[in-house]
Design a protein around this ligand. Structure first.
Ligand code: DGJ
Length: 384
């Protein structure tokens, strides 16, 4: 019997049935407290999912109470589930270091960890947004860690800014030689935006590597993996191809939506088309979500607008604030056909450990994908 024969989402209520008839499906309650097997609210923010050997793994930022919880005091937390409903605490997959010389020393910033499995090397590879301790968000690096087992412990390899000394694969020849500083340009004016669109920051960061803040990973059907990251001062999203072992960059990359100010990327593929869900850049505060579509991962990407509809009655926030959330991952639901769940974080920067999770089904209508507010829903919805 396959573990995913029956999947029942549960965040409240008493039971889940596996592998048999569905007699009752428990509801997802977006924004509610979500207890793990110890009755403790799940602590895996900015998370990502990995489906492996019949289990679903959820990796995310372990937060602590109070403002200090916005820095990494513990590491990356892992949970597992057979049904997306009941989550078992699997401990800390990647721990911060006590060594002041380590890039991941306690007090650094570790955000949006994502784990993928490399079938050829049989290694689990975790990438995450890393900010060095005491440097605010200036380092803008990505970090990579590896493990032989899914739950870890993951061994930190290094952090870097991607694609040093390499131009985007389709970067116009003429743009390789323009100005590489903002001198003489006033921020957020038309000339400044035009200069950003014409590759100002790509040139500035050419030597040291491109910035990498909010990120995600996407593995295509052919096993090729891609690292999406907010680059160029969060102005432009970069798509960087990973090496066959997923541990480094090949140097092939593209810049999409130049000066479009996208972060919080979440990527999925449906019926041969690639979708990219993002937000704008307003710190921890919510803003409107955006969706884009492409026939090739390398583009061209077409903006589809804001896929959200409805209002979250708990906070009166609708599409203009993504119901109070910000995207982190889209999960194709294992065992269900054409079923996708959009996952958002509801940040609580004053008490990050209390951050909530907004999971909503994606509906595919004639007008395109739509994410409608639901106060409660369950996986039976995908069978209708
Ligand atoms: C928005 C990002 O999406 C989060 O991951 C985090 O980096 C905050 N900004 C920090 O303000």
């Amino acid at each position: 019997m396959k573990a995913f024969q029956v999947i029942i989402m549960a965040m409240t209520g008493a039971w889940v049935t596996m592998g048999g008839a569905v007699t009752q499906a428990k509801d997802v309650v977006p924004g509610a407290l979500w207890p793990d097997n110890h009755g403790v609210h799940i602590n895996a923010h900015g998370g990502g999912m990995l489906v492996h050997d019949g289990l679903i793994y959820w990796f995310g930022e372990h937060k602590i109470q109070g403002r200090r919880g916005n820095t990494a005091q513990v590491g990356v937390h892992c949970y597992s589930s057979t049904d997306l409903a009941a989550w078992t605490d699997r401990g800390i997959a990647l721990a911060v270091s006590e060594d002041p010389g380590s890039d991941i020393v306690k007090g650094c910033v570790i955000e949006r960890p994502k784990v993928i499995y490399n079938a050829a090397t049989k290694k689990f590879v975790m990438w995450f947004h890393l900010e060095l301790r005491g440097q605010g968000y200036n380092a803008a690096r990505t970090g990579v860690a590896v493990s032989d087992t899914v739950t870890g412990p993951y061994r930190f390899i290094h952090s870097l800014r991607p694609n040093a000394g390499t131009w985007p694969y389709d970067f116009p020849e003429a743009q390789k030689t323009g100005p590489a500083t903002e001198e003489g340009l006033k921020g957020w004016t038309e000339p400044w935006l035009a200069a950003v669109k014409a590759g100002l920051f790509v040139r500035r960061d050419f030597k040291g590597g491109q910035m990498s803040r909010d990120m995600t990973l996407f593995v295509d059907d052919d096993g090729k993996a891609y690292h999406f990251h907010a680059a160029e001062e969060n102005l432009t999203m970069h798509i960087s191809e990973l090496s066959d072992d997923y541990l480094s960059f090949t140097g092939k990359y593209a810049c999409i939506f130049p000066a479009g100010h996208n972060e919080a990327p979440a990527v999925f593929k449906r019926k041969g088309k690639y979708y990219l869900l993002t937000s704008g850049c307003t710190g921890w505060a919510p803003n409107p979500a955006r969706l884009a579509v492409a026939d090739s991962i390398w583009g061209p990407w077409t903006a589809l607008g804001n896929p959200c509809q409805g209002v979250n009655p708990e906070n009166d926030l609708g599409p203009e604030k993504t119901f109070g959330g910000q995207s982190t991952y889209v999960l194709p639901v294992p065992g269900k056909s054409d079923a996708y769940i959009a996952m958002f974080d509801m940040w609580r920067p004053r008490d990050p450990i209390d951050g909530r999770y907004l999971w909503l089904p994606i509906e595919f209508t004639e007008r395109g994908p739509s994410i409608r507010w639901k106060t409660a829903w369950n996986l039976n919805l995908f069978d209708q």
